[in-house]
Design a binder for this molecule. Structure first.
Ligand SMILES: NC(=O)C1=CN([C@@H]2O[C@H](COP(=O)(O)OP(=O)(O)OC[C@H]3O[C@@H](n4cnc5c(N)ncnc54)[C@H](O)[C@@H]3O)[C@@H](O)[C@H]2O)C=CC1
Ligand SMILES: O=C(O)[C@H]1O[C@H](OP(=O)(O)OP(=O)(O)OC[C@H]2O[C@@H](n3ccc(=O)[nH]c3=O)[C@H](O)[C@@H]2O)[C@H](O)[C@@H](O)[C@@H]1O
Length: 447
């Protein structure tokens, strides 16, 4: 099938490359000329494991093309995917300007039947707005061309995006008519070989499914962070509690890891957007508001522990920081807990020596002239001359470090761990104190 994808970010590029991988012909369009130039040279603008080879292979095979030409892009595919950003507006609502701009372009340039497929995460009712935007442009040029609008939200995770797309738990397709349903059944047929993965439903239910799934996952995390904060005050260890809870299959082990708060481009914005939608419909989503509030507070917990350890005086201190990205296997820094920590440390007069396996360039881009930030080539270099070590992201290479080397390198014998990677005893053997999340008395630093 011939497919056009608008937006070559995490979702658009992965979708395009993976659909080409199963034999479809795909044209990816982006308004960012520099991004398209790099993609044409085979340079992937993001770090995403496994993406580069399939982009290269399918580009060479002629199944994957890149363009900035909107006319060419609209003309190309019978299926037109919208995979552009839907960032939070100031009030927490989803900003639909990019989605509606693409919809307008499709209406402006289409000359035959199209299925407009919304893959971006959008509030319930957006398909109606997309339909209006396309129809409005068709009316302007008195064109009577048939089209359908479908909701097909994406559930991939950054860092595992290619795997998630190629082996999805489910493919949600929201459509209100038969013609697009048949086309999407054909599109996703290659992904159904093992078992049927496509779940068809009406458009509004599909739109809500995406927000509800992300909000549920975010709720699990905030719930565990709340229990972790309680565990610190009660003298319990959240890691035992987590295992004890997860062994109940009704709860499960997934997404109940406590930490220094969830980040990324989606959970924070999607929880806020769903709460905003609820308010629009005169419903106060108390649980969603609490999930967001717990998470915002959780991003301060590491700073509070460090600050308390030093009696509230961080001026002149140097903190070694391992992990900058919002989670491992990505260079994405959007809403990363490390940013809240660094900004608070700088405000308190401390400086940061940071290392991340992939997110250094992105950090440099975000904080180009920050005197309190030194980006180090290795995790060991980050320790040199630092007062203490803080861990924000659970990259694999941080899991079993040389504790003796850490103890020798840092001035105060203390490690603050926002991801609960270690055991207190392992550090204790090297004379290091260990402050993690929810791991017994004195972890909050208040006793
Ligand atoms: N990042 C993720 O892991 C996931 C994201 N989503 C959702 O997918 C959507 C896209 O997210 P990302 O891929 O992360 O965004 P992104 O910000 O990485 O990429 C969006 C791309 O769209 C391009 N763009 C903007 N206006 C355009 C236009 N008029 N025509 C063509 N391209 C245009 C931008 O230049 C950019 O390259 C969002 O709604 C997000 O919530 C859904 C599931 C997973
Ligand atoms: O809509 C989206 O964009 C995507 O959002 C999340 O994917 P992603 O943000 O890439 O990453 P996750 O692995 O879900 O992690 C999100 C945040 O939660 C944190 N987290 C995750 C799991 C956990 O147990 N504890 C925890 O603190 C991570 O550290 C990270 O900061 C969802 O997992 C995807 O299904 C969804 O498609």
């Amino acid at each position: 099938m011939r497919i056009t994808i608008f937006g070559t970010g995490y979702v658009g590029l992965v979708t395009g490359a993976c659909l080409a991988e199963v034999g479809h012909h795909v044209m990816c369009m982006d308004v960012d000329q520099a991004k398209i130039d790099r993609l044409r040279e085979g340079i992937i603008p993001i770090y995403e494991p496994g993406l580069e080879p399939i982009v290269a292979h399918n580009t060479a095979a002629g199944r994957l093309q890149f363009t900035t030409d909107v006319v060419e892009a609209v003309d190309y595919g019978e299926l037109q995917f919208i995979a552009v950003g839907t960032p939070s507006d100031e009030d927490g609502s989803a900003d639909l300007k990019y989605v509606l701009a693409v919809a307008g372009s499709i209406g402006e340039h289409m000359n035959d039947y199209k299925v407009v497929i919304d893959k971006s995460t959008v509030p319930v009712g957006t398909a109606d707005k997309v339909r209006e935007a396309v129809r409005g442009k068709l009316l302007e040029r008195s064109a009577d061309i048939d089209f359908d609008v479908v909701s097909n939200p994406e559930f991939l995770k950054e860092g595992a995006a290619v795997d998630d797309f190629m082996k999805p738990d489910r493919i949600i397709v929201g459509t209100d008519s038969d013609r697009p349903q048949e086309l999407l059944r054909e599109l996703y047929y290659p992904f159904n070989r093992n078992h049927e993965r496509v779940i068809f439903m009406d458009v509004r239910s599909a739109e809500l499914t995406k927000y509800a799934a992300n909000a549920m996952l975010a709720t699990k995390i905030s719930f565990m962070n709340e229990v972790a904060n309680l565990a610190e005050r009660l003298g319990a260890d959240i890691e035992h509690v987590r295992r004890g809870m997860g062994s109940d299959p009704r709860i499960g082990y997934h997404f109940i890891y406590p930490g220094c708060g969830y980040g990324g481009s989606c959970f924070p914005k999607d929880v806020k957007a769903l709460a905003w939608t609820a308010r629009e419909y005169d419903y106060e989503a108390r649980l969603l508001d609490a999930v967001e509030a717990v998470n915002s507070a959780q991003k301060h917990v590491l700073f509070d522990k460090v600050s308390h350890y030093y009696g509230g005086d961080l001026a002149g201190k140097t903190v070694a920081l391992w992990g900058l990205s919002f989670k491992p296997k990505t260079d994405d820094m959007r809403e990363a807990p490390s940013r809240v920590l660094m900004e608070k440390l700088w405000a308190a007069g401390a400086s940061v020596q940071a290392f991340d396996p992939e997110a250094m360039e992105e950090t440099q881009r975000i904080y180009p002239d920050q005197p309190g930030l030194q980006l180090c080539g290795t995790k060991e270099q980050a320790l040199k001359g630092a007062d203490c070590l803080v861990i924000c992201t659970e990259w694999k290479e941080f899991r079993s470090p040389d504790f003796a080397q850490i103890a020798a390198a840092i001035r105060s014998p203390v490690v603050f761990d926002g991801r609960n990677l270690y055991d207190e005893k392992m550090l204790g053997r090297h004379g290091l104190s260990y402050y993690a999340i929810g791991r017994g008395l004195n972890q909050f630093g208040t006793r």
